[in-house]
Design a protein around this ligand. Structure first.
Ligand code: HEM
Length: 178
């Protein structure tokens, strides 16, 4: 194995352990912790989550367009902005589920399988997205661009799918619960 590859593999155990810990925490928070008395402002958080996901998706697309045009600095700025918006989303999502727990979907008929397909693929890919994002950022910030590019080609579509489906889940839930 070349020294390059060995160096690139070094952070992976930490990245994977950290991502697994975050995923386990979220499963506990949403499905096992149970609800606590909910202040009124918590009702506004799902809309904030959708906003952060939309902004993240927009930054991802802009960042991708910029790197295809060879604009590395603007690419970096958009991708770091996408990271900030996704971090804000995660903070807002954790706060919401701290109070709210699991969300019941009341829809019936054709929308039910559509909703659950989107939701399950969204959750499944968000578990994969976290280590991909961390590895992509790590390689970029260490100027290991050969590895950055290799991982980023997976990170970009997975992250974009997770952001866009996050907004879709919110929109469908809103349409069926109000
Ligand atoms: C986690 C967020 C990021 C994602 C999803 C991402 C995504 C990508 C993708 C998909 C490519 C390959 C484009 C192609 O097909 O040619 C790429 C290349 C590149 N990215 Fe990022 N990027 C991210 C963050 C960054 C950051 C923070 C920097 C700067 C420090 C950066 C610098 C670069 C450079 C210089 C290339 C060109 C590499 C080469 O062609 O050898 N990226 N990025």
């Amino acid at each position: 194995m070349t020294q390059d590859v060995e160096l690139a593999r070094r952070p992976l155990p930490v990245i994977i352990a950290l991502s697994a810990a975050v995923s386990c925490f979220l499963v506990w928070l949403i499905y096992f912790k149970g609800r606590v008395a909910e202040p009124a402002w918590v009702g506004a958080l799902p809309a904030c989550n959708a906003l952060f996901n939309s902004l993240s998706a927009i930054c991802l697309v802009c960042g991708y367009v910029q790197i295809r045009r060879g604009n590395r600095l603007v690419h970096m700025r958009f991708m770091l902005s996408a990271t900030v918006f996704s971090t804000l989303f995660l903070a807002s999502y954790i706060t919401y589920h701290f109070f709210h727990g699991d969300t019941h979907f009341p829809g019936h008929g054709w929308i039910r399988p559509v909703y659950f397909f989107i939701l399950i693929s969204h959750i499944g890919l968000s578990i994969v997205a976290l280590p991909l994002i961390l590895a992509t950022l790590w390689y970029a910030l260490r100027s290991q661009f050969r590895f950055h590019r290799r991982v980023a080609r997976w990170t970009f579509p997975v992250w974009l799918y997770v952001s866009v489906t996050g907004v879709l889940v919110f929109a469908i839930l809103r349409a069926y619960t109000t």
